[in-house]
Design a protein. Structure first.
Length: 113
């Protein structure tokens, strides 16, 4: 990931929608979010999922894509997986999360101040 503070992905993004889970589940134990930090780090939290991210910003032609892998816990069980995100219309973050040998879900998030 770029270490430039002008990186538009850096910061906390509030998860507002997911394909597989409703708003009540997203905010089950706290406000659902995905956060990208400098030095390829970040975090993901929704439902009972709480993970650390390893992020890489890649450019494909004119499109920037944030790719990430994650490891963490879901109700005390160790989980891991991968995902990607792009900034789209309305400055919304849109992407997909893939749990290793499990579910996958699209998500939409908005940047928090």
């Amino acid at each position: 990931m770029e270490r430039n503070e002008n990186n538009k992905y850096l910061g906390r993004w509030r998860i507002i929608e997911m394909e597989l889970w409703d708003k009540d589940f997203i905010d089950l134990v706290g406000q659902g979010h995905i956060t990208f930090k400098p030095k390829n780090q970040g975090s993901l939290q929704f439902g009972a999922v709480d993970c650390d991210l390893d992020c890489r910003l890649e450019k494909f032609g004119d499109v920037e894509v944030m790719n990430f892998s994650f490891v963490g816990e879901d109700e005390g069980d160790t989980i891991w997986g991968r995902g990607w995100a792009v900034i789209g219309r309305g400055n919304r973050l849109m992407g997909r999360i893939y749990f290793y040998q499990g579910d996958d879900s699209g998500f939409v998030a908005s940047k928090t101040p």
